[in-house]
Design a binder for this molecule. Structure first.
Ligand code: ADP
Length: 116
């Protein structure tokens, strides 16, 4: 088990929002993996997908409220553009941060890291 000093409801909201995006932005037949562990002693949770990916220039913007990379694409999925803003806010409330690694056409990994 990996213990995190955060509100359980916040952790579950974070996981839900990241998984919801992974499902929305991964075409049928793709893969999604969730990993929990420690990096440099700090607890982390990551959600990895083999989906559409995010252009590098957009990565800083996706945490802004109501921001969506491709509005026409996202309208079909009904996204509000709030999910990641909420993730960032909730993680920061418990002193953690979010990392993103992504390549267009290959997929994305969102990793939430909490303090030791
Ligand atoms: P929503 O998913 O409601 O549109 P989010 O704040 O959760 O809003 O995400 C903002 C934008 O970031 C999404 O519209 C999408 O363009 C991009 N995004 C988020 N997660 C992923 C992902 N796993 N793969 C590709 N793009 C993503």
């Amino acid at each position: 088990p990996v213990w995190v000093a955060a509100q359980a409801q916040h952790v579950s909201q974070i996981l839900w929002n990241l998984l919801d995006n992974a499902v929305k932005f991964t075409p049928d037949g793709g893969n999604i993996a969730v990993e929990v562990g420690r990096q440099e002693g700090k607890p982390f949770l990551s959600v990895k997908d083999s989906g559409v990916g995010i252009p590098e220039a957009e990565i800083d913007n996706i945490f802004e409220r109501f921001y969506r990379v491709d509005k026409s694409r996202d309208r079909k999925t009904g996204g509000s553009g709030l999910g990641l803003a909420i993730v960032k806010r909730l993680v920061e409330l418990s002193g953690g941060f979010v990392q993103v690694e992504s390549r267009v056409g290959q997929g994305s990994t969102f990793t939430v890291v909490w303090p030791k």
